[in-house]
Design a protein around this ligand. Sequence first.
Ligand code: NAP
Length: 247
Amino acid sequence: MLSGKVMLITGASRGIGKAAALLAAANHAHVIINYNKSEDRATELVNQIREMGFYASMVKADVSSEEDVKAMFSYIKEKHSGLDVLVNNAGIMKNSLLSLSNTEMFYQIIGVNLKGTFLCTRYASNIMRKQRSGKIINLSSVSGLNGDAGQTVYSASKAAVIGFTKSAARELGMYGITVNAVAPGLIETDLIKDIKNEVREKILSNIALGRIGIPEDIAKVILFLSSDLADYVSGEVIVVDGCQKIM
Ligand code: NAP
C-alpha cells in the first residue's frame, strides 16, 4: 500500500508509533523511526524491520526542541529525495487535578504534544509543498474531544491538535497535502500503565466492543490515512475507541 513512500513517525520507539512503523514497513514504506530517550528500543525496531526484509532508519530528536527538529529534517533531506508521510505521534500524558497542576508540567505537555506537532508539520510541509503531495497524520485523543477530570492540560493539548489539523488541512490542501487527526480511546501502551484498575474497569464497561484497544488498532487507521485510499480525506478527526460512551 505504501510502496516507495518515505514516512517519518515521531515517537516510534514504543507503543502506537512502533505498531504504525511495523505495519507501514510491512506495506513497503521506508519508515524513519524518530525517538528521544529509548535508543535501544528504536534500534531493536529498526533491526526487526530490516530482518523482515523491509526498510527502516532511525533519527533521534526531542520534538519539543526546534534545534532537534531542524536537525532531524536536515538528515531526512540529506538521505531521502522527499517525504511522503509524517505521523505526529510523539506524546506525553501527565494526569493531575487542576489545583495541583503547575506551569512546568503545562509547558512540558504542550511542548511535546502541540509544539512538537507544529514544528514537525512546519518542516515537513516545506518539503511536501515543493513535491505538491504529502500526508500528515496527527495523534489527538478522545480526551481532546470530550475532556476528562485530571486531564485539563493533556486534553487542551489534544484539542489544540484538532484545531491545528483542521487549519493546516485548509491551508495545505492547495498543494495536494492532506492533514488528518486520529483520536484514540484507551490503548494498551506504556502511556496508560499507571491508570488504576478501577478506572480501567469503568472505562472498559463503557466500550461497546468490550475490550481496550491495542496499538495495532490505531496503526491500521494510520495506514489507511497514509495511503492512496485516503486521497480525498482531509481535515478529519477519526475516533478509534471501540465505541466508548462518554462517562
Ligand atoms: P507511549 O507508549 O508512552 O510512547 C510515547 C512515544 O513518544 C515514545 O516513543 C517516546 O519516545 C515518544 N516521545 C515522548 N516524548 C518525546 C519527545 N519529546 N520527542 C520525541 N519523542 C517523544 O505512548 P502511546 O500510547 O504510544 O501514545 C502515542 C500517541 O498517541 C501520543 O500522542 C498519545 O497522546 C496518543 N494517545 C494515546 C492513547 C493511549 O491510550 N495510549 C490514547 C489517546 C491518544 P522515547 O521513549 O524514545 O522518548
